[in-house]
Ligand binder design. Structure first.
Ligand code: ADP
Ligand code: MG
Length: 313
């Protein structure tokens, strides 16, 4: 392709909200064999919401949610935001939580409803941990509980499995070393996701899903969207390794992601594509930025490259 053709293609991309960082990136996209999609916020809307909150020790739900929200309030993880949001709504509408005699006044509810927290730590790929009232609270997945030697009963395990099989993420909560409850969180697929996966397959490109989420949830989501190849329970640092494993035989690999977690993988990929609504770090690491946050633009990008470079082959 001539420099003019590259310039024209870059302009066409920009008009469609596909920002291409240079001619090399534009050229590589035509040869992509695998497109590896991050799950949360890329294939899914990244707008998680709590669908279930179950306590296991007889603790009141309002009390349980207040504890969990207090622990998650300092986390920026989408799961944490969903939990805090749900707990806030519950607190607003639950009469029993106004038992301190306040008239459910908006002032008290705005910030004063959370417990004081100390020693907060976010544990990437696992959850959060802190102290409330001098006792440890852990909010996260099985790995987090296992690392702290928290026992998971069959009743709790069965409940979590049930959530996962219906494509939800189960978040476990331990307070004072005992599982006090579980939350089920769902994050719907983007509307165009399955059409895009089908489109890529028709173009001879193989879609893959990578996620830090557990195997069962990942498989349920992948099945919904039509992806067969799933790499689950990948720690944040491991996504780049997944990209490299697909590059081993010389295949050209694209990675599509939105989070800080995804930036090493975006950088490792031959073609890194960041969702425009994603974090700045991901956008910086990528070769393409999809400003419309629409997965159809993955196809637009590959098409544009194929059309621009087909004539010189
Ligand atoms: P993803 O690849 O889906 O963005 P992450 O690496 O961010 O996944 O997280 C992987 C898993 O770690 C989540 O599915 C969840 O089980 C757990 N996790 C991470 N952060 C939190 C949090 N703040 N609260 C609860 N669970 C969390
Ligand atoms: Mg993500």
């Amino acid at each position: 392709a001539t420099p003019t053709a590259v310039m024209v293609a870059t302009g066409v991309g920009a008009n469609n909200g596909v920002l291409i960082k240079g001619g090399d990136a534009l050229e590589r996209a035509q040869m992509v064999k695998y497109v590896i999609f991050d799950k949360t916020g890329t294939l899914t809307q990244g707008k998680a919401s709590v669908t279930t909150a179950k306590t296991f020790t007889g603790m009141q739900r309002g009390e349980f949610l207040r504890l969990v929200a207090s622990a998650e309030a300092s986390s920026e993880h989408p799961l944490a935001q969903a939990i805090v949001e749900y707990a806030r709504h519950f607190h607003f509408f639950d009469d029993s939580s106004a038992s301190d005699g306040t008239q459910n006044g908006a002032k008290e509810l705005k910030s004063g409803w959370l417990f004081d927290v100390s020693d907060f730590i976010a544990l990437p790929g696992r959850g959060v941990q802190c102290l409330i009232d001098g006792k440890p609270i852990l909010v996260g997945n099985r790995k987090l509980m296992a690392e702290s030697g928290i026992d998971i009963s069959d009743e709790v395990e069965n409940f979590v499995v049930e959530l996962e099989e219906s494509a939800r993420t189960g978040v476990l909560v331990a307070y004072d070393d005992i599982i006090i409850g579980v939350l089920g969180i769902s994050d719907p697929l983007k509307r165009e996701a399955s059409v895009v996966i089908e489109g890529l397959q028709k173009m001879g490109v193989r879609p893959v899903m990578v996620t830090g989420d557990n195997r069962r949830t990942a498989r349920a989501v992948a099945k919904e969207v039509g992806i067969q190849d799933v790499r689950a329970e990948v720690m944040p640092a491991g996504k780049a390794d997944v990209v490299q494993s697909f590059q081993k035989d010389g295949s050209i690999v694209a990675m599509v992601g939105d989070g800080i977690n995804d930036s090493p993988a975006l950088a490792a990929a031959d073609v890194g594509m960041a969702i425009g609504a994603g974090t700045d770090i991901a956008i910086e690491a990528a070769d393409y930025v999809l400003m419309r946050n629409n997965l159809e633009d993955v196809i637009t990008a590959i098409d544009l490259s194929r059309k621009t470079f087909s004539r010189i082959r």
